[in-house]
Write a protein that binds this ligand. Sequence first.
Ligand code: SF4
Length: 409
Amino acid sequence: MERPTSEIAGERASAYEAAGTKLPAEPARGAPHVDPDSDGEAMLPAERLLDIVPTRAPKRWKPRRVLVTPAALRWPLARRVVERAAAMGAEVTELPANRLTGLRGATDRETYALAKSTLAVVEAPPSKRRLQPIPPSADWRVDLAEGCPAHCQYCYLAGSLTGPPVTRVYANLPEILDGLAAYGPGGPHEPATRRREGEGITFEASCYTDPLALEELTGSLAETIAFFGAWDADVGLRWTTKFDALGPLLDVDHRRRTRIRFSVNARDVTSRLEGGTAALPERLGALRAAARAGYRVGLTIAPIFPIPEWREGYGELLRDAAAALAGVPDVDLTVELITHRFTAGSRDVLLSWYPRTKVEMDPGQRTVKRTKFGSVKYVLPREVMTELRTWFEVAVDRELPGARVLYWT
Ligand code: SF4
């Protein structure tokens, strides 16, 4: 059941009254773009709406310990990370060799806790700097880091990365960035077709990490965004995040060649399953800040779960996102829709990390999907998928009429 418009308007009215703010005219629901007949922000309530949501300081990750390899220490970025982490109180260990050691505790539980509080600073080897295609998100995957300090109970990294879930950042960023030209326009690996029409050749930086979670320590994103800003070619950088500390990124000369997407979900999911991330209102506040700074923006709605009353939950999310963008001029917004899935391997890993998880991972309740490489994924049952997809197509169009849906999967 959709919530009636009058009910939502009533809530907004109460919020404004509580904040001592005069209620403006009800905005066009869900319009993320500026009203062409208005001068923008003056008539639109979203900024004040967000102002009255209790705001917290941006989510910061403070590693307890930092391991740095000798090879990494040759790079300024490694020294920067070490200094910043030490200033936050982390214990820094310079390893004697380029192999990471000391990652395991006595039990699986201890290993998980140790790894999630550890930051390793390493060099990306040449094999990691050979880019791979990453459908359906982008033409190429570029890794600035691997692993993530947050604790999402469905984390997709569980099926992708092996070993203790330690976060590694790559110190040799200049080498990583220098290598990108070969994959761009005129380069020997230039793709024959572009996956993202209108954005040139795209490079996805959040396949194996949440890069914003690490930015305060590394500064890697700021450098990469500036690199793309200065790369005078038909190229685009894209990354998605569940964090909100945009800080210095707002001033980077990005030339609109970066799309910042926020990974969002129904509030029930974000508050119950996404430990260690920024709360949903803060992510939406960051979405607004990014759009106001001229970035292309996006919503990665993932993973979509058929939770009880999912229409209400996801409907509220879409309306909140629309409110967050209301009045921002020239918004370029995309939406990616990704349903929940798991593999036998990711299920085992997640159950070892989160033994009491409420995330349903019962193969018997799922449809089996075989990838072209022969591996098996458990996706939502066909009829549930159809119901969700049909609803999302209509709801996104209604609430975010200026948005482009990139894909459903
Ligand atoms: S933020 Fe993303 S990468 Fe990090 S734990 Fe959550 S799902 Fe995994």
